[in-house]
Design a protein around this ligand. Structure first.
Ligand SMILES: Cc1ncc(COP(=O)(O)O)c(C=O)c1O
Length: 493
C-alpha cells in the first residue's frame, strides 16, 4: 500500500455537494430530501443529501476521470490490485462482468459446480461451456467444499483449450482451495483466472487469514465489501491485476450491468469502508479472532455441538480455512440446522447467516463484539440442555448432497422451449430453470441438468424443513425443457 488512505475523495465531495445549498433542477425527485417522509423522520434528511445522481464535479461511474477514479485507485491500492471498479449491484454484478469479459459463447470455463447462482446466470448470458469440476462433498455435513488442485488439473488436461477458470475463495463455509497452485498451472496453459471472493474481502487485511486472490496472482476477483468488510449492502468491488484481461472491454462490460443512475450512497460507502479497512481492519479482525478464540473452548464444550476449524479443511485436503467463519454442527443434538436457526432467532434474537441440514453458520467481522459471543454461547448451551441425549443424532437421515449430470449448456436449456409439469412427474426430464435454497444460493439444479430422484428427495427435505427455496414456480411444479418441440437449431445457439 502506497497511498494516503485517510482520504475519502468521493464521499468528501459528495457530502460537500449535498450540503452546499444547491438549487436542484435535476433528478432524483426528492431534491436532496426536501420533502419529509417516513425515512427522513427515521434517518434524518442527511441520507437524502448524499443521494445525488450525476451533478457536475462528482464524476461518472461508467467513465471515471475525477473523484470516482481517485477513490477507485485508492481501493486498488488497498487490495494490492492494479485497478478496482466500484460495483453497485453486488458481487453478482461483478461476476457477470468478469465472466462476460473473458469467456465468449462456446468457449470453455473450468469451475467447481458449487458456484453461486450469479455464476450460472453469467453462463446463460455468455453462452460459455462450463467444465464443471466436482467439488469435495462432505456427506456428513451436507456441504460442498473447495475444488481440489488434482480435480482442476484433470479438467484442464482434458480441456486444454479452456479460456478461464473460476475459483471460490473461500466457500461460504470457509474452506479455501489451493488458489496459488491452481493459478500458476492455469496461467501456464494460458487461462485467465477469476476469483469469487464474495466472502473473502477480509483476507486482504489480516495475516491470520488465508491468501487472497490478488496475492495468489489471479487476474480478476469479485469481492462483496458489504459482506465481510463494512460497506452498505449491494456495494462490491471488482479487482484487476496484470495484463491478461482487456481493460477497455472490462469497463464496457461492467457498464452493461450498471444502472445509468448509480447510487452515490453505495459508492460513498465503498470509499469509506476502504479507509476503515485500511486504518482499522487488521486490528479489528485480530480483535474479533481473539474473541472467537476466547470463547471457542466454551463453544466446543457444549454437548452435541461441533465447530469446524483449519484441521477440518486440512483433513479434507485443503490448505487453509477462514477463521472468521463459525460453522456450528448441531445434528448430534437430534435437530437440524434449520431448527437451531429458528431457536436462536425466536428465543435469543440471534440472527445467523444461514442454516443447512446439519449445521448453522455465523459470520464474524471486525464489528463483532464480545457480547455477541457470550449471547451465542448462552443460547447454544440452552439448546444443548433442551435436546442433548433426548433425541437420536440426525446423522442417518435420508439426504444425499450431490449434483446431477448435465445434458447441455445452461444457455441452451434456458432458451429451449419449455413446459411446466408437476415436480412429482419430473424425474429424468431436463431442467429449464435453476433451483436453490437461499442462502447460500448455490443451485441444486441448473438449466440443462437432469432431474434425479436424489434431487427431488433433497428438495422435498428442504421444503419440509422450511428452507427458503428459490425457483421460478413454487407450487409443486417445475419448468423443464419441452424435448418434443426442441429443434436442433435451438440446441446449437
Ligand atoms: C459465493 C458467492 N458468490 C457471489 C455472491 C453474490 O454476492 P452479492 O450478494 O454481493 O451479489 C454470493 C452471495 O451470497 C456468494 O455467496
Amino acid at each position: 500500500m502506497k497511498k494516503d488512505h485517510s482520504k475519502t475523495p468521493f464521499f468528501t465531495k459528495l457530502k460537500a455537494y449535498g450540503t452546499s445549498n444547491v438549487t436542484p433542477f435535476d433528478v432524483p425527485g426528492h431534491k436532496l430530501g426536501r420533502k419529509e417522509n417516513d425515512l427522513t423522520k427515521f434517518m434524518g434528511k442527511e441520507i437524502y443529501q448524499l443521494d445525488a445522481n450525476a451533478p457536475r464535479g462528482l464524476d461518472t461511474l461508467s467513465k471515471p476521470t475525477g473523484v470516482i477514479m481517485e477513490a477507485q485507485a485508492l481501493m486498488a491500492d488497498a487490495f494490492d490490485a492494479d485497478k478496482a471498479y466500484f460495483m453497485i449491484n453486488g458481487t453478482s454484478g461483478a461476476i457477470l462482468a468478469m465472466i462476460m469479459t473473458t469467456v465468449k459463447a462456446k468457449e470453455k470455463i473450468i469451475l467447481p459446480r458449487n458456484v453461486h447462482k450469479s455464476v450460472i446466470n453469467a453462463l446463460i448470458f455468455s453462452g460459455a461451456v462450463p467444465i464443471f469440476v466436482k467439488p469435495d462433498i462432505d456427506q456428513n455435513l451436507g456441504i460442498a467444499n473447495g475444488m481440489s488442485y488434482e480435480a482442476f488439473e484433470k479438467a484442464l488436461e482434458e480441456n486444454p483449450d479452456s479460456k478461464a477458470v473460476l475459483i471460490i475463495n473461500p466457500t461460504y463455509f470457509g474452506v479455501t482451495s489451493d488458489i496459488k497452485k491452481i493459478t500458476e498451472k492455469a496461467h501456464e496453459y494460458g487461462l485467465v483466472v477469476l476469483a469469487d471472493e464474495a466472502h473473502g474481502a477480509q483476507f486482504y487485511f489480516s495475516k491470520e487469514l488465508p491468501i487472497s486472490a490478488m496475492e495468489a496472482g489471479c487476474d480478476l476477483s469479485a469481492l462483496s465489501i458489504h459482506k465481510t468488510a463494512t460497506s452498505l449492502t449491494q456495494s462490491s468491488v471488482l479487482l484487476l491485476k496484470g495484463d491478461r484481461v482487456d481493460e477497455n472491454k472490462l469497463q464496457s462490460t461492467i457498464n452493461m450491468f450498471h444502472s445509468t443512475s448509480p447510487s452515490g450512497i453505495l459508492m460513498a460507502s465503498l470509499d469509506v469502508a476502504r479507509k476503515q479497512m485500511v486504518m482499522e481492519g487488521e486490528a479489528g479482525i485480530l480483535n474479533a479472532l481473539n474473541l472467537k478464540n476466547k470463547y471457542l473452548n466454551r463453544l466446543k464444550n457444549i454437548k452435541g455441538i461441533e465447530i469446524l476449524d483449519k484441521a477440518y479443511a486440512e483433513a479434507r485436503g485443503f490448505p487453509d480455512y477462514d477463521a472468521t467463519k463459525l460453522v456450528i454442527k448441531v445434528s448430534q443434538l437430534g435437530i437440524t440446522g434449520f431448527d437451531c436457526y429458528r431457536f436462536l432467532a425466536d428465543k435469543y434474537k440471534i440472527q445467523l447467516e444461514l442454516a443447512e441440514t446439519y449445521l448453522v453458520l455465523a459470520i464474524i467481522t471486525m464489528a463483532t463484539e464480545e457480547e455477541d459471543f457470550i449471547k451465542l454461547c448462552e443460547a447454544l448451551e440452552e439448546l444443548s440442555q433442551v435436546y442433548y441425549g433426548i433425541k437420536e443424532p440426525l446423522d442417518k437421515i435420508k439426504f444425499n448432497y450431490d449434483f446431477p449430470d448435465s445434458f447441455c449448456r445452461p444457455r441452451v436449456a434456458y432458451h429451449a422451449p419449455y413446459k411446466i409439469i408437476p415436480l412429482a412427474d419430473s424425474e429424468n426430464e431436463i431442467s429449464a430453470e435453476s433451483i436453490m435454497i437461499y442462502p447460500p444460493g448455490i443451485p441444486m439444479l441448473i438449466p440443462g441438468e437432469y432431474i434425479t430422484e436424489d434431487f427431488l428427495n433433497d428438495l422435498a427435505f428442504y421444503q419440509e424443513n422450511g428452507s427458503v427455496i428459490f425457483s421460478e414456480l413454487n407450487n409443486g411444479y417445475i419448468k423443464v425443457v419441452d424435448q418434443e418441440n426442441w429443434l436442433w437449431e435451438d440446441k446449437d445457439e
